[in-house]
Design a binder for this molecule. Structure first.
Ligand code: CO
Ligand code: CO
Ligand code: CO
Length: 313
């Protein structure tokens, strides 16, 4: 029998688990770790921590405590690299107002870094994948394209501007968007990571028993993403995501394969995808802007039907 205090477990593909401690307080827990997606070890630390913290923010919670998880080839790479990775993680966790309280390191062939993060939230204010309702507007808080740009960086085809834009997006915390969403009593959110916009939207509408419609032209993209995709800088994960999701998608006939791959591009430390009741949407986007977050209205939640996601131009 499941513990009744486990408010969110693994059944709804949510970003983190939620456990009720008492009437006033629930604990939110998540773990994420990666191999490096950028060359610079300090940036790798910043990005990884922002990404791990994001699952706490997506649940409407506040991060309080984090533990490092580290794999490092101590005989092949300089120790300074490890120090820089951990410094990046520590700086980002500090920015989030949380603390790193230790962790565990093993010798590994390939560097790996991540964090287990604990957050706190009032049990009545937990925001999950399952809370989206027909009539809600879908808001996305960061542009897409970090997977495509990371692929171009590896291929030596991304210029400095593209690299800097992607880094800025990946190291930006989802804290402000999360705070606005909690203040406004939003019920449904997820963050966009490896499963891409379409994959995480699918998880949200499936968990909510709803359907959705999104508009390609309203989805914000990082600069140069389309151009880089046109020259083949599309990560294998985007193809895998599309293949897996295909049965739940319906495309307008004027969309091309590149459009589809961009919407399925795996993101690292992506934005929040938030479902807001239609009548509150305008006010919500203004509140985001006032908090320094550029939220884009990219579509809406509709009644459940087959397929679960319609994509229009
Ligand atoms: Co997540
Ligand atoms: Co995660
Ligand atoms: Co969630």
């Amino acid at each position: 029998m499941q513990d009744p205090n486990l408010l969110v477990g693994s059944s709804t593909s949510d970003d983190a688990a939620v456990y009720r401690l008492n009437e006033e307080l629930a604990m939110v827990q998540t773990v994420d770790y990666f191999t490096p997606m950028v060359d610079d070890p300090y940036s790798f630390g910043l990005i990884t921590a922002a990404n791990a913290l994001s699952d706490i923010y997506a649940m409407g919670a506040k991060p309080v405590l984090a533990l490092n998880i580290v794999g490092f080839p101590i005989n092949e790479l300089p120790l300074e690299d490890l120090v820089a990775i951990l410094q990046g993680g520590a700086d980002k966790v500090k920015e989030a107002g949380a603390v790193i309280a230790g962790g565990h390191t093993i010798v590994d062939n390939e560097p790996k870094y991540g964090l287990a993060v604990t957050g706190l939230v009032h049990p009545d204010r937990v925001i999950t994948n399952a809370g989206a309702r027909p009539g809600d507007v879908l808001v996305l808080t960061k542009p897409l394209g970090t997977g495509i740009i990371a692929t171009a960086i590896k291929g030596g085809l991304a210029d400095e501007a593209a690299r800097a834009d992607a880094l800025e997006v990946m190291i930006t915390l989802n804290d402000r968007a999360s705070r606005v969403m909690s203040e406004m009593g939003v019920k449904a959110c997820t963050d966009i990571t490896g499963f891409g916009l379409l994959g995480h939207l699918y998880e949200m509408v499936a968990a909510s028993g709803a359907g959705s419609r999104i508009y390609l032209e309203k989805v914000p993209l990082l600069n140069q993403v389309r151009t880089l995709a046109e020259i083949g800088m599309v990560p294998a994960g985007a193809y895998r995501n599309l293949e897996y999701l295909e049965q739940w998608l319906r495309w307008d006939s004027n969309l091309d394969d590149l459009d589809k791959l961009i919407l399925a591009d795996p993101q690292t430390s992506g934005g929040l995808l938030i479902a807001v009741p239609g009548e509150k949407a305008g006010y919500f986007i203004e509140a985001l802007l006032a908090a320094g977050v550029d939220g884009a209205q990219i579509g809406e939640v509709i009644e459940s039907g087959e397929p679960l996601i319609y994509i229009c131009k």
